[in-house]
Each structure stands twice: as C-alpha cells, then as structure tokens.
Design a protein around this ligand. Sequence first.
Ligand SMILES: Nc1ncnc2c1ncn2[C@@H]1O[C@H](COP(=O)(O)OP(=O)(O)OP(=O)(O)O)[C@@H](O)[C@H]1O
Ligand SMILES: [Mg+2]
Length: 404
Amino acid sequence: MDYKILNITNIISYIKNIKIIKDYFAEDSLHVNEIGDGNLNFVYIIKSEQNPQKALILKQAVPYLRCVGEEYPLSKERMTFEIRALLKYSELTPDLVPFIYDANEEMSTVVMQYLSKHIIMRKGMINGIVYPKFDEHISTFLAQNLFKTSSLFLDSTCKRQFVDSFNKNVELCKLSEDFVFSFAFMEHDTNGENARNNETAKKLFADMEFKKNVLKLKYKFMTQSDALLHGDLHTGSIMLNQNETFVIDPEFSFVGPFGFDIGALIGNLVMSYVSHLHVSKNEQYQKWILKLIEEILTKFEQKFLSLWAEVDESALHVKGFIDSKSLDEFKKEFMKNILRDSVGYAGCKMARRMFGMAGVEDIRAIEDKNKKNIAEAHVLEIAKKFVKNYEQVESVKDIREMII
Ligand SMILES: Nc1ncnc2c1ncn2[C@@H]1O[C@H](COP(=O)(O)OP(=O)(O)OP(=O)(O)O)[C@@H](O)[C@H]1O
Ligand SMILES: [Mg+2]
C-alpha cells in the first residue's frame, strides 16, 4: 500500500479495509477526532457512535515535524521503529504496552488500544498522584525488555539480526545525539530563551569536567549495542493509573546501552522531586519519589539477575566456560556498571532539559519566576553531580545522597 497522509475524513475508509478493526467496530458508525498533544506525529481517536466505550487510537507519522510543519522535514520511517519496538514489547511484556490491532510500516501507522482510564504520568505526578504499582511494573518492563534483547539472552546471530532491524533509525538517533548530549550544553540557536544572558548557563557551558563525562556517555550511546531501548522513556511516554502501566511512543528506539532508558526515567523522576520540593512542598510526595527511585533500581537489578540465572547458553556465555563464583563476580560488576551508566544518563537527561530546546512541564511551567529559577538551578546541581560522579557510584543508596 502506498503511503498517504490520513486525516479525519479519510481515516474511516482506511481502517474499514483492515479486517481486525472492521470486526472490532462491526456495523457501528464511527467518529474521528485528532487528540495528539505531542510534537511529532498525528494521533487520532476513533470512536463508535453507538457505543463510545468502543474506541481505538490511530497514530501516524508524517514526513515532517507536526508542531513546526512541512518546512521541518523528518522522515516518516521513524514509525517503522516505533512499530518494531511496540511489537517486541508486546511479545515480552504484553501487559505493559497498549494492545496493537494493526501496524503498517508503509503507511507509518499503528492502530492500538485506547487507554481511556489512564493519564500521562507527568501530568499525574505534577498533581501529586501516587502510583503504588509503578515500581513493580516499570522494573519488569526494563528487566524483561533489556535482558531479552541483549547478548546475555539471544544467540549471536539473532542479536546481530536484531541490531540490524533497528540500525536505520538514523534521524532520531541523531536528534538524541544532538539534543541530549550536545546543543543544550553549548551556545546554540536551538536553546531556550532562558539560556540567553544567563550566568548559570554560561557556567554549565564552561564546565569542562562535566563536558568530558558527557562525551564519554555520548560515545557509549553511539557505539554500545547492548539491548533494545525505548529511546525516550520519560514520564510523558508512560500512561497509567493505580493498577496499570503502559509504555507508549518508542519512536526513538534503537539498540543502545543498558543504562539509557533507566537513566531517562530516573532523571525525570528527580525533576518531579525537585519541582515538588520548591512548588507544592508536599513532603510525603517527595519521600514517595525518592523511595520509588530506589525501588525501581533495586527491583530492576533483582529481576534482571533472576532472568540471567535461568540462562546458561547465550551469545556471551558458553556452557562450562567459567566457574560459578567467578560468574557471580562478573554479574555483580556488570550490574554496577549498568547502575553507574544510568546515573550518568539521568544527569544528561536532566541537564539538557534546563537550557535546551525542549523543557519539561514540571519545571518550565512553574509560574513564580523566582521559584522556577531556584528549581532550575537545583536540577542542574543534581544533574552535574550525576554526570561528574557516575563512575564512582557503588550502590543504589549512593543516589539518594546525591539528590538530597
Ligand atoms: N494508546 C493511547 N491511548 C490514549 N491516549 C493516547 C494513546 N497513545 C497516545 N495517546 C495520547 O496522545 C498523545 C501523543 O502521543 P505520542 O506521545 O505517542 O505522540 P508523539 O507525537 O510521538 O508525541 P511526542 O512529541 O511526545 O513524541 C499522548 O500524550 C497521549 O495523550
Ligand atoms: Mg513521540
């Protein structure tokens, strides 16, 4: 099928040609609305008029950046990688991604379950909502998907084929290289207004200890093909409620270093913590976030190691190669390195949100200018500690000390 851009009028005839969707809505009349609040793509909700509970989401990538328009081209093939990642996640953690009804790489579309009882986690956290099962859910998501797409689980051929199927997400990987690791840490015309004539920004841009470590992390990001990454796992890519968690929007996916998604998530939780510290001043909530960070990291490690314990043959490991005591020592060191990288990436993700093009609502939307400046400076202070000291982290406990 040749690619064409969908809109609220031609969507119905498009989906009526897809059997599973035709069956889902049967003879109902349909209503289409565009609901996307993101920057990149078009997101539509298709609802039955007879039974509004029956609804699906259709997301399509267009060959440009939605929020800017056709003058900012961006290849629509980004959806190919979102589709491939969603299908992999559906296989490994089906309860933690929306159900996929249809995915079409030529049309750059995915039709998925409508999450009607869930909200974007960032919004929930800004409103101080506690999610008691989130640590359990997201640690499973991270452990299963990172472990089972790595050379610790796959055999050598499968792993290389797997890397190949994500290797061409070149434009979005380049966006991360530029915006997560470079432009936000130098004078650059893509930076936010707040970077101009700002003493804190100038100090950051001149901090060479920080920059040397950013280069180390960026180099790893570009070259270390550990496992399938979501690539943009911030709290805006998670929809949830008290009982369920769903990861959405993996268009930045590729095979990269283990610590990157974990770091993205932790960095965003820390920014929420800082926001609550200075704005809501809700102490209970701050405590919950700090505990959440520890729980996620601890549970991730336990789950990752127990998956590893079940495997005795993989691309990395040949049966009989090493004694069990030495293997345990190797695993311990391995997990420590994932933790360290996660802290480093958390720092990059936080720092880039301060002066770079894209901020986070938790901080940028603070109305009181003075509080906003204080919160930004605080985020940056923690981010610098993370980036400068990530290689010295010994355990999860060290992270709390770097935050408070
Ligand atoms: N399955 C779903 N159910 C309900 N709402 C959804 C679903 N998928 C996406 N949305 C809504 O649409 C919004 C945009 O979706 P998504 O983040 O996937 O799009 P995007 O254009 O890639 O955004 P971004 O600019 O953040 O990359 C989400 O923030 C959410 O509000
Ligand atoms: Mg997106």
